[in-house]
Ligand binder design. Sequence first.
Ligand SMILES: Cc1cc2nc3c(=O)[nH]c(=O)nc-3n(C[C@H](O)[C@H](O)[C@H](O)COP(=O)(O)OP(=O)(O)OC[C@H]3O[C@@H](n4cnc5c(N)ncnc54)[C@H](O)[C@@H]3O)c2cc1C
Length: 394
Amino acid sequence: MGVADETADAVVVGGGTVGAWCACFLRRAGLARVVLIEKGFLGQGASSRAAGVVRMQGGTPEAVRLGQWSRRFYLGQRDEIGTDSGFTEQGYLLPCFTAAEVTAAHARLEMQRGLGVPVRWLDPGEVDAANPALAPGQTLGGTFCAQDGFISPPRNVAAYTVALIRGGVEVREHVAFLGLGGGGAAVETSAGRIGAGLVVLTGGPKLAAVGALAGLRIPAGGARHQVAVTERHPDLDPARVPMVFDLAAGLYWRPEEGGLLFGMSNPDEPPGENREVDEGYLAKMRARLAALVPVTASLGLRRVWAATIDYTPDHLPIIGRAPGLDRVTVASAGGAGMMWGPAVARAAADVALTGSSEVLDVSPLGLDRFDEAGHSRLATDPIALPFPERIAPS
Ligand SMILES: Cc1cc2nc3c(=O)[nH]c(=O)nc-3n(C[C@H](O)[C@H](O)[C@H](O)COP(=O)(O)OP(=O)(O)OC[C@H]3O[C@@H](n4cnc5c(N)ncnc54)[C@H](O)[C@@H]3O)c2cc1C
């Protein structure tokens, strides 16, 4: 393809939470013309379908920093853009069920406290007292952070839509990214060629496919993840129910409109795009939830959905310039785009503009941490959903 139909200072691919906030940050940093291209409509990927959990209790220092930055961002949104993503400070408990989990939790707690997270240890009696809906005597204690919480994912899509429009980003919905031209100096789209000073590639569960269009191998995948919301019950009043992550089982829950929202992935399922509800697995989720929160056993479900969640092999984000393409930056929140998304977006904008970021040291988080087979040099974030070990074919 030849001459660009138009030019922009930056073109961002993907209208999810990572691409959209990144486009806002690039514009705010002073770029005159920022174009966001989205093959469908804003938020149609994972970002509108998430559970919204925002946790500073990360398993690695990078995860903690991204959670802290994103939480601060959510708290400051109303002042900055006049609306917000609905962040609710609910408190988050990570209970332990084995002695090994207790040891690991204490080590994490020290690391998190060292980074300024107000997390504390609750002994088994304190866990039960703080969770009247939890079956008593189940845990060996757990870590608790009162400042963790959740956002409303649809509100977040609305908030970034407002921010994009107010900030003067040019949003092109129903325009697909088809590839790069001129060594990253232009972007080929379904609506023509855009000359680009900078390019940021996002795509959530589709990031590997976006990367392939750009000639890049990006080890990022997608897997089915199910979420359901129970009927209301007085025992599930938000004042009585902290958010809880049963890490070993991969099941989490939080209050939602007087009931419980709970979510889980099936780690044994082959990765790939899938938005059908798996009733059999939903029954397993319900059984585990009922063992821990007995009142839910008799409650019907008000909503159930399945969507494709993004993941990386080490459950850590990807933030870095594409190898050999200095103008092109790649960004993925690694399946944690509600708790890390704004920070990943800001760090990606910084990296695109300057090569580094004050959000965190991104040097370990680039594509160069993966070998040919997609294995990461970094230790896996231990506080993550149990995703498939291998990457979905894109
Ligand atoms: C059911 C579920 C529950 C979740 N719960 C949580 C949670 O509680 N906490 C948490 O932190 N995270 C959660 N997540 C993960 C979180 O939603 C994602 O990490 C986040 O939304 C990823 O944002 P993104 O912008 O990278 O991707 P997306 O939101 O998927 O956006 C990528 C966009 O790129 C577009 N695109 C793809 N290909 C192209 C192309 N060729 N051209 C143009 N555009 C393209 C897509 O249409 C899409 O809109 C959950 C996810 C799911 C599915």
